[in-house]
Design a binder for this molecule. Structure first.
Ligand code: NAP
Length: 311
């Protein structure tokens, strides 16, 4: 086998991998040691679809490895430095998922402001038919929204919210060329200037806890926080405290620490909209991600330049 597919590749993607390559499948990096040494030595590329850490220990078991092709734009599970130190390239799937992740971010922000979950429960429970009053919701248009991390997805979110008549503020490491969106020097300054915040950072040690207790406090009691990036970017204890004690009006969350075993405190809250990491989960986008991952593997095996290398 040239290619080892690790993780939860779906049936259609497995079939496409089988059509394109000589491929073997395992559930996670922990299963690597169970593969015969001779078979491991043949592996030239890994197709990776997992949140489990992949690093030096795994690379040592694959001496012929030249590429880890990640299924996803976020590659924080992969030890890129350890890979590069062994001459192993890493690729990801940027760009093809921006629209879907941005759509979900806007949907979560809208859902919290308009109380979509509560209103649907009101209808389903018969309260509407019974004439029980439902409290008024809040307006999205006119809100000052701070985008934390104006990368590809952050930009797509900002464009959508600008079209919804929101005022766009952002923090990035450097000021960017934008249609008049306001750059702020720190995440705290962004929170001070914004009504709501949408987190679109990369995950990993550099951004861990960047939405700190202080940032959440600066957003304030009328603020809504949306996170579609990684759970690690937010101090989750501080977020839960603020949601429970009125320090923040609400939150829309697609990502969490310890997914999928999320903190049960979230499930007790009625001021949140929660999704099980569904940002890129449409048929169209998942097919495009799988295709780009395969195209990177094919390029590597043919000795061509990778389409979307990391680093
Ligand atoms: P991107 O274009 O690389 O943007 C990443 C953002 O993170 C940029 O704003 C960048 O800052 C910032 N950043 C990078 N390194 C940083 C550091 N060391 N310190 C502080 N900020 C840093 O990535 P993208 O394609 O927009 O994707 C962003 C993330 O979304 C992914 O990494 C992934 O974790 C997440 N995601 C989630 C889903 C989902 O299903 N919910 C789906 C896809 C992606 P600058 O602007 O200063 O460069």
């Amino acid at each position: 086998m040239d290619v080892l597919a690790i993780g939860g590749h779906g049936e259609a993607d497995r079939a496409a991998l089988r059509d394109a390559f000589e491929v073997g499948f395992i559930d996670g990096p922990g299963d690597l040691a169970g593969i015969e040494e001779a078979a491991r030595a043949q592996v030239r590329a890994v197709a990776y679809k997992s949140g489990a850490p992949l690093g030096a220990e795994a690379f040592d078991l694959l001496p012929g490895l030249g590429l880890v092709a990640n299924y996803g734009v976020g590659f924080d599970a992969i030890d890129v430095d350890a890979a590069h130190a062994r001459g192993v390239a890493v690729s990801n799937t940027p760009g093809v998922l921006d629209a879907d992740v941005a759509d979900l971010a806007v949907a979560l922000l809208t859902s919290v402001h308009r109380g979509l979950g509560q209103a649907e429960a009101h209808l389903r429970s018969g309260d509407w038919a019974a004439g029980t009053p439902l409290p008024l919701a809040r307006r999205l248009a006119g809100r000052k929204v701070g985008i934390l991390g104006l990368g590809r997805i952050g930009h797509a979110i900002a464009r959508r919210l600008a079209a919804a008549d929101c005022e766009i503020h952002y923090w990035s490491r450097r000021e960017k060329d934008t249609p008049g969106w306001a750059h702020h020097a720190t995440p705290e300054a962004l929170a001070e200037a914004s009504d709501d915040m949408v987190v679109a950072l990369v995950g990993g040690p550099e951004t861990r806890g960047m939405v700190s207790r202080g940032v959440i406090a600066a957003l304030g009691e009328d603020g809504v926080l949306v996170n579609i990036s990684r759970g690690s970017c937010v101090d989750e204890t501080a977020l839960l405290d603020a949601l429970e004690n009125g320090g923040l009006r609400g939150a829309g969350l697609d990502v969490f620490e310890n997914e999928p075993d999320i903190d049960p405190r979230f499930l007790q809250l009625d001021n949140v909209a929660l999704q099980p990491h569904r940002g890129s989960a449409t048929r169209e986008t998942r097919a495009a991600m799988a295709r780009l991952m395969r195209d990177n593997i094919a390029a590597h095996l043919a000795g061509r330049k990778l389409l979307t290398p990391v680093g």
